[in-house]
Ligand binder design. Structure first.
Ligand code: GUN
Ligand code: ZN
Length: 436
């Protein structure tokens, strides 16, 4: 099998970086090498050492002076919302009814689903995102389209057909039984096929009847190692409506708790307005709070208190995400720029190492895929992004004054976007330059 040897400035995290002086939190090689074979990383370290291990006929690609990092991970995104992004003037529930639900009805047409899945994964690659946790529409065929496209590209993606049987247009409603049957059929077809992972996906408490929530709970029991994804505590009107629909519940989180859905690999989008009790329940169950800053600002939902969640006596597991199409940008760089501002509005700062940890290793740890993605460690899959902090004239000018790696990362996060993504490797293969 032919090997590929990359040369460049390699950067990968080993743990959370406390501050910009926390050099033990990452591995950085000024002249680094990364060797792939069969889609996996077989060696990483100083270029001279890695090159000495490489076969003589290895394909050699020189990315100097650029940075080489693990591919970015987006922990919450709706692939059917590519034509919802940038829709004006509403908050969550009106936004769903006015823009999102009508758009998602189009995914009844399998061909539409295939077209958007292809364009969506093209866009992810363009932005340096090599893994997503994606919501499909209610239609089984939308998930089939997504997985088929993802599998053809050999990407590690997590996705699920949305389960929703009330408070949505007729054309977007399944039933408790059909959502169970369709989910199960999709799991059988796709979970563990190549690099595909299924996520049980009840959209949120409002769009499921108690009977459907029972079905989601049954699936969760049947597949204890599978991801689950839903939304929690995004908006005040949403929280009040949930309380009306589940009057017995102590709070919004209790609804998911009641149906046995809180556990490791449970990804809860938003988690903005949680009480102490709710945050404790998430933390004790190993559930993940997914921070979606551009969406939370765009829909006026609120400010996710990242540092408070992280520093509390029972810390929360956190992931970060675009939440396109409530989110306004596909880029994880743009997402962390907005994250920085949201955290600043809460009176804290997020250091640039922590930002890049979050969108690589941090998200991989929260999604429990760190054995495969999120680092440059040997034995993991070769999903890699190559970054240029001087991709535009403005960035180049700013880079003239940059002296440290932390400053360079902050420039990338604050000014960077897809133009900074020079190349992307998916399972060891060039993916961005291969886009047509
Ligand atoms: N809550 C339920 N569905 C959605 C969705 O599609 N986007 C967002 N932001 N919140 C939701
Ligand atoms: Zn969402």
């Amino acid at each position: 099998m032919t090997q590929t040897l990359l040369r460049g400035r390699t950067l990968s995290f080993v743990r959370w970086p406390d501050d910009t002086n926390d050099h033990a939190a990452y591995r950085y090689e000024k002249d680094g090498g990364l060797l792939f074979e069969g889609g996996r990383i077989v060696a990483a370290g100083p270029y001279a050492e890695v090159a000495a291990e490489a076969d003589t006929d290895a394909t050699r690609i020189d990315h100097r002076p650029h940075l080489i990092l693990p591919g970015f991970i987006d922990a919450h995104v709706h692939f059917p919302q590519m034509q919802v992004i940038a829709s004006y003037g509403t908050e969550l529930l009106d936004w769903l009814n006015t823009y999102t639900f009508p758009e998602e009805t189009k995914f009844r047409d399998a061909q539409h689903g295939r077209r958007i899945a292809r364009l969506f994964l093209d866009e992810m690659i363009r932005q340096g995102t090599t893994t997503v946790a994606a919501y499909c529409s209610v239609h089984k065929q939308s998930a089939e389209a997504f997985f088929a496209e993802s599998h053809a590209r050999n990407m590690l993606n997590i996705a699920g057909k949305v389960m929703m049987d009330r408070n949505a247009p007729e054309a977007l409603r399944d039933t408790p039984e059909s959502s169970y049957d369709d989910t199960k059929a999709l799991i059988e077809e796709w979970h563990g096929r190549g690099r595909q992972l299924y996520a049980i996906t009840p959209r949120f408490a409002i769009t499921s009847t108690p009977e459907q929530m029972e079905m989601a709970g049954a699936l969760a029991r049947e597949f204890p190692d599978m991801h689950i994804q839903t939304h929690l505590s995004e908006n005040h009107a949403e929280i009040a409506f949930t309380q009306e629909l589940y009057p017995w519940s102590r709070d919004y989180t209790d609804v998911y708790e009641h149906y046995g859905l809180l556990r490791e690999r449970m990804l809860l989008g938003h988690c903005i307005h949680l009480s102490q009790r709710e945050a404790d329940a998430l933390s004790e169950s190993g559930s993940v709070a997914v921070f979606c800053p551009t969406s939370n600002l765009f829909l006026g939902s609120g400010l996710f208190d990242y540092q408070r969640y992280r520093k509390r006596a029972k810390p929360l597991l956190i992931a970060s995400a675009t939440d396109v199409g409530g989110g306004t940008n596909y880029s994880m760089l743009r997402t962390m720029d907005e994250a920085y501002k949201v955290i600043a509005l809460n009176g804290e700062k997020l250091n640039p190492f922590a930002s890049f940890w979050q969108i690589t290793r941090g998200n991989a740890e929260s999604l429990m895929i760190v054995d495969k993605a999120g680092t440059l460690e040997e034995g993991t899959d070769a999903d890699v992004v190559v970054l240029d902090a001087g991709a535009t004239p403005g960035m180049r000018l700013r880079m003239e004054t940059v002296k440290t790696l932390a400053q360079e990362l902050f420039v990338l996060q604050t000014l960077g976007d897809d133009r900074s993504v020079v190349e992307v490797y998916v399972a060891g293969k060039q993916a961005k330059s291969a886009l047509v």
